[in-house]
Design a protein around this ligand. Structure first.
Ligand code: GDP
Ligand code: ZN
Length: 293
């Protein structure tokens, strides 16, 4: 028996890195029977069969798991936007951040393409100041790359963000891999970007693990219940200090009297866009609830 981590999944095989070698493994039949799918990022125990092959026998309990993309054990989400091209979306950013909170992962906000619109980058960073660590950067000029490295150092980091914001470019900068295909290249070949690519973990020299999850613009937590079980207001870290101050213990911070969250909205302790995202989440969960509320 050998311990390792699944670093790539391809065509029914799981590539397990044991620290000494990478074994191409099949999963034991029992997993399928139990409805368990091994995920990239899973810590596993394998039986080595020969120099190259093995069998996944056991999967360690997961910190978190996602269906889309199929990965597990993410420490930190790097929620990435572009200062321009495409225009950054506060709404989409908040959706990723909420997913990260619900999945018990850390998050940071990465504002790329500062070279295109420094004003916009600064404004965007301002929204998250004091809530999430953020870095303003440019994959073109290299600005901010050391800060990004520091934010993810030694952790399992997954990039999330809309297509075209520069995720592949940033991962290529971190890994030093010039072979990663960015939007430019595929425009020439005319092929859909990343269509043939897979989820893979890249290890950096300092032990950081970068999950390359091309082609995914949203992370969907494995248990749909994850989000509906959570208190929506607990998914907005800057709300926390106010929650005890509402008149009603079960305050939803909508129209209730003496609501400390809405008071914080007035005084600037809570930002308008974040509160709007909170209301949208509340709405979404209500729609999903079986009997409404
Ligand atoms: P992804 O879809 O998020 O993986 O984005 P890509 O890494 O493929 O980048 C999309 C496009 O934006 C490509 O044409 C990149 O060359 C370009 N790009 C990436 N980062 C920057 C940046 O910091 N500044 C500018 N001006 N362009 C960038
Ligand atoms: Zn309230």
């Amino acid at each position: 028996m050998t311990d390792g981590q699944i670093v790539k999944a391809l065509a029914g095989f799981y590539f397990v890195d044991t620290g000494e070698a990478i074994y191409r493994c099949r999963a034991r039949g029992i997993f399928k029977k139990d409805g368990v799918t091994p995920l990239v990022g899973d810590y596993v125990r394998i039986t080595v069969q020969d120099e190259e092959e093995g069998v996944v026998d056991w999967i360690s309990e997961r910190r978190n798991a996602f269906i889309r993309p199929p990965v597990a054990n993410v420490d930190i989400f790097v929620v990435t936007v572009a200062a321009a091209e495409p225009e950054p979306s506060l709404e989409l950013t908040d959706r990723f951040l909420v997913t990260a909170e619900a999945a018990d992962a850390d998050a940071c906000v990465c504002i790329n393409k500062d070279d295109l619109s420094p004003m916009q980058a600064k404004r965007f960073a301002g929204v998250y100041a004091g809530i999430y660590p953020s870095v303003v950067m440019s994959a073109v000029t290299g600005e901010g790359v050391p800060e990004l490295r520091r934010l993810v150092a030694g952790r399992s980091a997954a990039f999330a963000g809309a297509s075209g914001v520069g995720k592949t470019s940033l991962i290529a900068l971190l890994t030093g891999d010039v072979g990663l295909e960015t939007g430019d290249v595929s425009a020439k070949t005319g092929r859909g970007r990343h269509t043939t690519r897979h989820v893979e973990i890249f290890k950096l020299a300092d032990g950081t693990k970068v999950y390359d999850t091309p082609g995914f613009t949203s992370f969907e937590a494995a248990e749909a219940a994850d989000l509906s079980d959570a208190n929506p207001d607990a998914l907005f870290p800057e709300f926390r200090e106010y929650l005890g101050g509402c008149r009603f213990a079960d305050c939803r911070h909508e129209n209730e009297p003496d609501c400390a969250v809405r008071a914080a909205l007035e005084s600037g302790g809570v930002k308008q866009s974040r509160y709007a995202s909170y209301l949208r989440l509340l709405e979404g969960l209500r729609d999903a609830a079986p009997y409404g509320r």
